[in-house]
Design a protein around this ligand. Structure first.
Ligand code: ADP
Ligand code: MG
Length: 257
């Protein structure tokens, strides 16, 4: 079994580094900071692990790439923890129910997602980073911001809201055109998701048309955010192996720093 926790390191105590016979590597400290006010009482200098974010639309291949990265990192002796949106023990279930019922105003839903993020940051990401883990995030604040921005949220309000977030060591955005995303999503689940198609925005009656238009808007917004947050755009239309090789090479460089 790989030393991987998909939920909380509260139940995944880190393997102690430096014990004889244990091949566990703890990276050297890497300068960390929060985007804004951060979490009170947390000193970023104590966070010795690495935070690696994989961003991209639904169907862009995030899960596929993260699964391979986890296997590779574990085989190199790096303990890993995975986080993602809607995975907090605090509010994930309630958030799912609220989305199914489609009962919340946009701002309330947005704050719900922010709560889910904050809970995972405080209780999963920060403890894991403190213990020297590699934290792999399947989406981060950028998806949350992009979703809110295409729905007309105020950018300064969002920046303040997510001032709590830690600046990742690397952010990879898997870029795949909406037409290919549709094909992959259909091949995988034979259906499009209401929210990933932006149906709440009333862009088109037809879910297929709505998906394309919504994903185009999201892609434009990501391009804009990329200029601010400086993440690495990865061509996600290549083979799974070619993409993974690029990610591994970039992460190797990061670990050597
Ligand atoms: N580079 C790729 N080329 C073609 N298909 C891919 C590629 N990466 C992933 N897929 C396929 O696309 C679908 C969505 O991939 P997945 O990793 O689940 O995406 P995400 O987690 O971003 O929604 C899956 O069926 C997967 O096998
Ligand atoms: Mg996925």
């Amino acid at each position: 079994m790989p030393r991987t926790a998909t939920h909380s390191p509260r139940c995944a105590a880190p393997a102690p580094a430096g014990l004889p016979g244990l091949n566990v590597r703890v990276p050297r400290p890497h300068p960390k900071r929060f985007y804004g006010h951060g979490i009170p009482g947390v000193d970023p200098a104590t966070l010795t692990g690495r935070l690696i974010v994989v961003e991209g639309a639904d169907g862009s291949g995030r899960s596929t790439q993260i699964a391979r990265l986890v296997q590779w990192l574990e085989s190199q002796g790096h303990p890993t923890v995975q986080v993602g949106l809607k995975r907090s023990t605090l509010v994930a279930e309630e958030l799912e129910r609220a989305q199914q019922g489609n009962i919340l105003s946009h701002t309330t839903l947005s704050l719900f997602y922010a709560t889910d993020f904050a809970d995972q940051l405080e209780n999963v990401m920060l403890p894991a980073l403190r213990a020297g883990f590699m934290v792999l995030a399947d989406r981060y604040i950028y998806t949350l911001m992009a979703r809110d921005l295409v729905r007309g949220s105020d950018e300064a309000w969002l920046r303040n809201l997510y001032g709590i977030a830690l600046v990742p060591d690397a952010v990879f955005y898997l870029e795949v055109p909406p037409e290919e995303l549709v094909q992959r999503t259909f091949a995988k689940s034979h259906a499009l998701d209401y929210w990933e198609s932006g149906m709440d925005l009333g862009l088109a009656r037809d879910m297929f048309d709505s998906f394309i238009r919504y994903q185009q808007l999201m892609a434009q917004t990501f391009r804009r955010l990329q200029k601010i947050y400086n993440f690495t755009i990865v061509d996600g239309t290549r083979s799974i192996e070619a993409i993974n090789a690029e990610l591994r090479q970039k992460i190797e460089k990061l670990l050597a720093e």
